[in-house]
Write a protein that binds this ligand. Structure first.
Ligand code: URA
Length: 242
């Protein structure tokens, strides 16, 4: 593999927050990309970059009946994403919950209903003619983590390649990231939502707004966070649709 190609791969996986690459035959043992002299460089097999002419159908086909990580063991349905595949705005959540796992659709439970209400309510109030089906909604991991636990780092790394391809294929004007887990996956940061929200970040060349996860907003004591999430959404909607 040429240096330029290798650099592109490394930048791609760095953007995904991947820190360690593994030899496929020996998953337990991390390998260094270039061995110290005088040993020759270790050959590593890297997962494919987004292929030229990628499409949502091709990404879904590549996911197939995925068994790449332990989340496959208890899932019912893979939750790929839903909405307008040419959307100007994409929302990225953490991972499916029980309702999503049963239906195969993202954000259809209580948190999803709140998200729909936030999108449609804010748009209507701001005079922006969009409804939920006009945006695209997906998650970092496509299978439900048991007991709704947060996805593990390796699960996010494995599934992150598909999220990344989805985002590159849709190529939206902005991404709205819901909650700390999705922020960590896309922006490779441990900074909390409270600190990051309200300000534009970037994933590759695409502007990113991090805001609170709707599940967090459902907790009664979060009145202030609710007001802030509405402000964030207003900012995003005007940026994308004005
Ligand atoms: N929470 C998420 O992060 N995603 C969903 O799809 C549902 C709940």
């Amino acid at each position: 593999m040429h240096n330029d190609e290798l650099r592109r791969y490394l930048e791609f996986y760095q953007d995904l927050g991947v820190k360690t690459l593994y030899k496929r035959a020996a998953p337990a043992k991390p390998v260094t990309i270039v061995s110290p002299e005088p040993e020759p460089p270790t050959m590593i097999e890297l997962p494919p970059l987004a292929p030229a002419g990628d499409s949502m159908a091709a990404i879904r086909a590549d996911i197939g009946d995925c068994k790449r990580c332990r989340l496959c063991q208890q899932r019912n349905k893979i939750v790929f994403g839903s909405g307008n595949e040419s959307a100007r705005l994409v929302f990225v959540g953490e991972g499916p919950g029980a309702d999503e796992d049963a239906s195969g659709l993202p954000f259809v439970g209580r948190a999803g209903q709140l998200l729909t209400q936030m999108i449609e309510g804010t748009a209507a109030k701001e005079g922006i003619a969009i409804k939920r089906p006009d945006v695209y909604i997906c998650n970092v991991v496509k299978c439900r983590p048991p007991e709704n636990r947060a996805p593990e780092a390796d699960e996010m790394e494995i599934c992150g390649q598909f999220l990344s391809r989805q985002l590159l294929t849709i190529s939206p004007k902005a991404i709205c990231v819901l909650g700390a887990t999705a922020a960590k996956a896309l922006l490779n940061t441990k900074i909390g939502v409270t600190k990051m929200r309200g300000e534009w970040q970037k994933w590759r060349d695409i502007p990113v707004m991090v805001t609170y996860h709707p599940s967090y907003l459902l907790r009664q004591y979060n009145q202030n966070a609710k007001r802030e999430a509405w402000e964030d959404l207003k900012k995003v909607l005007h940026f994308v649709y004005d």
